[in-house]
Design a protein around this ligand. Structure first.
Ligand SMILES: [Zn+2]
Length: 82
């Protein structure tokens, strides 16, 4: 029983990790200035009055979005070319 559970868990991880990696790869880095502009736009669009926000940094030198104090999360994604 326990072994089966372990195998299922491992199988799930095996599926989840590549999916997560693929999702991360689809995000596009933006500059801090871009994030600031986007946050200002979010505040205007949703009449958000929050004063705090933080940058989403998957890597030290890369920004790919921001998260607002209100819970709004923005991630820059590459446009899908079909
Ligand atoms: Zn907000």
């Amino acid at each position: 029983m326990f072994t089966q559970f372990m195998l299922i868990s491992l199988a799930c991880l095996g599926i989840c990790i590549p999916v997560c990696v693929a999702a991360t790869k689809r995000t596009m880095p933006i500059t801090v200035e871009d994030a600031k502009v986007l946050w200002t736009l979010h505040k205007q669009n949703s009449r958000c009055r929050c004063k705090n926000w933080s940058l989403l940094k998957p890597k030290k030198d890369k920004v790919n979005g921001f998260i607002c104090e209100c819970g709004f999360k923005y991630t820059q994604k590459k446009p899908i070319i079909s």
